[in-house]
Write a protein that binds this ligand. Structure first.
Ligand SMILES: C[S@@+](CC[C@H](N)C(=O)[O-])C[C@H]1O[C@@H](n2cnc3c(N)ncnc32)[C@H](O)[C@@H]1O
Length: 286
């Protein structure tokens, strides 16, 4: 995905931070049997971003070494100096790694607020706007994209938002291993990667297994809100969500765009290309 451009001043600092997120051992990471060279190039599982052991960890649950199709590409992204500074300072309080090792205490993490999970917040601008508009709801933003994590923390601090937390890693592992059944007040997936090539369709996040898993983590009445500008993916979303018995569509077919969803970065890019945007609003049955 696109990132904030680094200024010449930030470039050197950013390069240092990127290097710090690389494997910290001199030896190459162990390559699991059958792993490809591409997967072995991924940073060592759990390596922290900063040399002092803080910041979001690289691949915290080791999902790049799981034999599973993922909805994102493993890659090392450059962070700007300001994103790195936000991560260094704010991550210990507002960030968490999705290591898949323990159950997350949402009540403690959000001070008792009802919590909505947003998967794939990108650079986080829309997330910050939604958090500002609804301070009584906690937003657990989940993404693997380090620059976006830093950007969202920066936006939260700048706007005095205390209802945002950032989860680093694969949303599937967060849902599967770390969130209790019935614990979420909502789920948002805005403009997930469309994976347009046929051979990549299996990478799309909105699949029957994902929706079935997510539905178990939703409280009765919780809203599932998806949006996409990719027509074939919108059709897939509608089909898959409608087929999940635990969910009911709030509209017949696509939903009118709700006022509470701001324009997202990817949505803007889609609109510039003349794409039509579809929203989908479903509710967890009681
Ligand atoms: C196309 S971007 C959309 C970003 C943003 N919602 C927007 O509309 O501008 C999709 C985002 O989903 C993230 N993503 C994809 N699969 C994910 C997963 N399994 N867990 C966490 N984040 C994921 C990607 O890293 C990327 O930032």
């Amino acid at each position: 995905m696109s990132e904030n451009p680094a200024t010449p001043e930030t470039a050197a600092a950013a390069a240092d931070v990127t290097a710090a997120h690389a494997p910290v051992t001199a030896a190459p990471p162990a390559r699991p049997l059958g792993a490809t060279a591409a997967s072995a190039a991924v940073p060592r599982r759990g390596a922290p971003m900063f040399p002092d052991g803080t910041g979001p960890a690289a691949d915290p649950a080791g999902s790049h070494h799981e034999r599973r199709i993922r909805s994102f590409q493993p890659r090392r992204s450059r962070v700007t100096a300001s994103q790195a500074e936000a991560l260094r300072r704010l991550w210990p309080t507002w960030g968490m790694d999705i290591d898949g090792l323990s159950r997350l205490d949402l009540d403690a993490f959000f001070g008792g607020l009802p919590v909505v999970l947003e998967i794939g917040f990108g650079m986080g601008e829309a997330t910050a706007q939604m958090a500002a508009a609804d301070p009584g709801t906690g937003i657990l933003g989940c993404d693997v994209h380090t620059p976006g994590q830093g950007n969202l923390l920066r936006l939260a601090e700048r706007n005095g938002l205390s209802n945002i937390r950032v989860a680093n890693g694969d949303a599937i592992i967060l849902l599967r291993e770390m969130l209790a059944p019935g614990s979420l007040a909502g789920l948002r997936v805005y403009f997930p990667d469309p994976w347009p090539k046929k051979r990549h369709h299996k990478r799309r996040l909105i699949q029957p297994e994902f929706v079935a898993l997510a539905a178990t983590r939703l409280a009765p009445g919780a809203l599932v809100h998806c949006a996409t500008d990719w027509e074939p993916y919108a059709e897939q979303m509608l089909e898959v969500l409608a087929a999940e018995p635990a969910l009911e569509n709030l509209h017949s077919g696509y939903a009118p765009r709700p006022e509470f969803r701001p324009l997202t970065r990817f949505e803007g890019q889609g609109l510039d290309k003349g794409h039509t945007v579809h929203d989908l609003l479903f509710r967890r049955r009681g």
